[in-house]
Design a protein around this ligand. Structure first.
Ligand code: XIL
Length: 331
């Protein structure tokens, strides 16, 4: 017999799931599963800038409010994702009516207005915000390119928007935990850039509490990469959350896709999942949350026709997989 995820990890960290508003109903299988297993939620899409403020000055709260309401009714925490990103952000944040980039002054004011409005609305309800998402350049063997230079935020004002975003968020809710969030963050080329960024922010008294490691990993993820990354950030004195955990069954993008969950996939996850969760338990003094980027294998943003990823501990029927029972043995 299995023990619900949130019970398993209750002495260590909250266990979260990324959700959509239609999940927010205790009469549906997804709603029931959330209540059974999870004590933290994050909106998969509906708190992003294009969802909250598609048109300048006109905010749409309905969907985000539903998630916050469901969380309250069921004693769950809420993470906010995300305030500042190059993606899923309407063009008006960046471009004027002629299609030219805004001046830094205009863009900065709009960023301040957005962050202040959103964070204030959910003050006391959202306990942690991904203030800036994916600002570092992803692949750079020579280590020359630090920031993601194709971000319109960066094109307009360089990295200054990062610092300001944290200041605005802290001002709007001094009690919320503020995170920098990124992917590929356990690989040496990227984690060192993130380290330098966070160190610079802290040295300049910019309010940042933690780093979100997205955790879009696969079954070949390296134990050493994760441990080295956690050691690095422990030394900086920031907390860490795994913010978007999904563990693809493929070892690489070259591996042929499958529509079915094979014995080989099952075996890989039975080894990789407990390996990961054991690390997170070993570092539970700095790990303050673990959030899956979905609920069960029936729905994940990773899936394509002919190539399903089966990335979670719950299967397509939202039932615990063999990997889940292996994880349970850790406790
Ligand atoms: C993804 C959602 O899961 C998709 O539904 C959407 O179409 C695109 O965005 N990194 C992030 C998340 O920070 O916001 C992304 O979510 C996945 C990658």
């Amino acid at each position: 017999e299995y023990i619900p995820l949130k019970e398993l990890f209750k002495d260590h960290f909250p266990i979260g799931a990324a959700v959509t508003p239609n999940h927010m109903d205790s009469r549906t299988p997804h709603g029931r599963t959330l209540i059974e297993h999870f004590n933290s939620l994050v909106a998969e899409n509906v708190m992003k800038p294009d969802a909250l403020q598609r048109v300048k000055g006109t905010y749409t709260w309905t969907n985000a409010d539903r998630i916050v309401q469901f969380a309250k009714e069921n004693d769950m925490k809420v993470r906010g994702h995300t305030l500042t990103w190059h993606s899923q952000t309407p063009d008006w944040f960046f471009y004027d009516e002629n299609g030219d980039l805004h001046t830094p002054e205009v863009a900065m004011k709009q960023l301040e207005e957005h962050i202040t409005t959103v964070v204030s609305r959910y003050k006391g309800d959202v306990y942690a915000w991904d203030v800036v998402n994916e600002a570092m350049f992803d692949w750079d063997p020579n280590g020359q390119i630090i920031y993601r230079e194709d971000s319109p935020w960066y094109k307009i004002m360089g990295p200054a928007y990062i610092d300001s975003a944290f200041v605005y968020a802290r001002r709007a809710d001094p009690d919320a935990k503020l995170f920098y969030n990124d992917y590929n963050s356990i690989f040496s080329w990227k984690r060192n850039k993130i380290y330098d960024l966070v160190k610079r922010l802290k040295d300049n008294n910019i309010p940042i509490d933690g780093v979100g490691l997205q955790g879009h990993w696969n079954v070949g993820v390296s134990e050493q990469d994760i441990r080295t990354t956690l050691d690095l950030f422990r030394d900086l004195g920031v907390e860490i959350q795994i913010t978007e955990l999904d563990l693809s069954v493929y070892l690489s993008s070259d591996e042929p896709g499958s529509e079915v969950y094979t014995d080989a996939f099952n075996l890989r996850q039975k080894i990789a999942y407990p390996m990961i969760m054991k690390i997170l338990l070993d570092y539970s003094d700095i790990i303050t949350g673990v959030t899956f980027w979905g609920i069960g294998d029936d729905v994940t943003w990773l899936d394509r026709p002919g190539r399903r990823h089966f990335p979670f501990l719950l299967d397509e029927q939202l039932k615990p997989k063999p990997a889940y029972l292996e994880v349970q043995k850790l406790i």
